[in-house]
Design a protein around this ligand. Structure first.
Ligand code: PRP
Ligand code: ADE
Length: 178
């Protein structure tokens, strides 16, 4: 499948979950086996020889892509979760996004100084979620190798936000006009 075919598997829902938001729904991509396989392959491509120790994947849709990539890259998987979900001691960072605000947590023993880490999520929009996760990763002095997304909403400031933080971002599919 080429990129246009992958993009065509993503459904757009206008005014969800709030008026004015064009919601790009990756669940329809996940339903197509070939699209899922090719998206994971392309998300992994820049990192095959990067010696990644751990992927930090963001709840909830980021878990799907992060788990598949961890298997393909042969690295560990760390879950960045919303409040009240992780059972042991955590570090936390707050953020805002297109349609709300929240906090992300990781277990304090999940990543260590000097480990080579890749941030993974399904989609980047304003970049608030990714920025909070960067703070969690850099806060333990791990080496943030990059950030990989299935989808980027390129008219929103997420990619520029990561670039300003000196984080190298990679995405497979992009949408304009959000
Ligand atoms: O770049 P941003 O503006 O921060 O937005 C991107 C985030 O928004 C969505 O998650 P959401 O918070 O809707 O959670 P979900 O995956 O649990 O549905 C998406 O999965 C990203 O994590
Ligand atoms: N427009 C959008 N579509 C899907 N997920 C999102 N997360 C933040 N903005 C989004």
């Amino acid at each position: 499948m080429n990129i246009d075919q992958l993009k065509a598997t993503i459904t757009t829902i206008p005014d969800y979950p709030k008026p004015g938001i064009n919601f790009r729904d990756v669940t329809s991509l996940l339903q197509v086996p070939e699209a899922l396989r090719e998206t994971i392959r392309l998300m992994c491509e820049p990192y095959r020889d990067s010696g990644i120790d751990k992927i930090v994947a963001i709840e909830a849709r980021g878990f799907v892509f992060g788990a598949a990539m961890a298997l393909e890259l042969g690295c560990g998987l760390v879950l960045a979760r919303k409040p009240g979900k992780l059972p042991r001691a955590t570090r936390a960072a707050a953020y805002t996004l297109e349609y709300g605000e929240n906090t992300l947590h990781i277990h304090t023993d999940a990543i260590h100084a000097g480990e080579r880490v890749l941030l993974v999520d399904d989609l980047i929009a304003t970049g608030g979620t990714a920025e909070a996760t960067v703070e969690l990763i850099k806060g333990v002095e791990a080496i943030l190798v990059g950030a990989a997304f299935a989808v980027a909403l390129v008219d929103l400031p997420g990619l520029a936000k990561l670039s300003a933080l000196s984080v190298k971002a990679h995405h497979v599919i992009e949408f304009e006009g959000d």
